[in-house]
Design a protein around this ligand. Sequence first.
Ligand code: PLP
Length: 391
Amino acid sequence: MQASKRISTILGGGSDGWEVFMRAREMITEGTPVTELTIGEHDIRTAAPILQDMHRAALGGHTGYASIPGITALRDAIAKRVTERTGVPTKRENVMVTPGGQSALFAAHTAVIDPGDTALYIDPYYATYPGTLRGASAEPLAIKAHASDAFQPRAADIAAVAKGAKSLLVNSPNNPTGVVYSRETLEGIADVCKEHDLWLISDEVYDTQIWEGEHISPRALEGMAERTLVVGSMSKSHAMTGSRIGWVIGPEEMVEHLINLATHTNYGVAGFIQDAALFALELGEDFETEIAEPFRRRRDLAQTVLAGQNVVGVVPNAGAMYMMLDISATGMSGQEFAFALLDAHHIAVMPGESFGKAAAGHIRVAMTIEDTAFVQAMHQLCDFAKEKSGR
Ligand code: PLP
């Protein structure tokens, strides 16, 4: 018996980009310590008071089927947060609670894509994007952003392939580059969406991790609220990756469709998780700043290390928990460099090629380990690059 084309082509053939990560995990299983700068997971766990609230909610009986669009108080809290942060009046009816941002990405695309429609996305990209788009029956089409533009996508490049496409997926602050899209970039994107009648799916799961400048939600730009679906998550903002809690924000009629989709797929998010998410949101902005702070600090530490050498280049990262480093001076691909660094120093980073063609010759460093070990790893990485470059 054969699996469907849709599901069997999710990976799209070829490498899935996780080879270095898998090799590092094998080494760890075999007993070799590895410094892991790979995935976007905090080095702290979910805060105890959030877990205590989750426990209280579960013991209190919130363990049955929960409200599928999300419990009213949580939808209201998310709507309030979005209104305050973006200035776009947002009501409960604009909010659909989902099991994490990943599920929100799939739901948002399923809501706007008919089988075979072209779904645009920007390269470099979060590694699951093309698979998510294929899973939603789309034909994914990547548009390269350029290292020479600090990976800010060009509106003209999007416009050049927008005719007949259905949607465009953007992500700022960006994984993997750490780049925050400027107002000019986002206005250019918004103009293309309006001109070519595209849905914009805006993945804003890193919106609390801003180190320089400001996060602008493209939903707030003129004429965009009716054609934008925003993907949000508490994974990164509240260190709740395992709780699987996120949302889609969009026009009321789209949220109605998303509720139908959830009713016939995941049937919503566990009630005790939703209660704990509400509790966590009510901890306010100070708590979110506290969760983001270690990444801001490590970015500064890394910049000091990088300033002391001239082999490894750094993409100006104004947000998110990653740095994208240009290692092309070594003459190696990102993949070759990452494997060689793992073998020589037991430091695991992600090859730029895991995130698309545009990031070839780069590596992504997740700033997700304790400061002293992080600084040491950055020194080792730079020394290794220097040695390989022959400078
Ligand atoms: N979007 C981006 C850009 C991400 O980096 C991630 C996770 O790393 C997600 C979405 C999905 O996050 P989650 O499903 O944990 O909310």
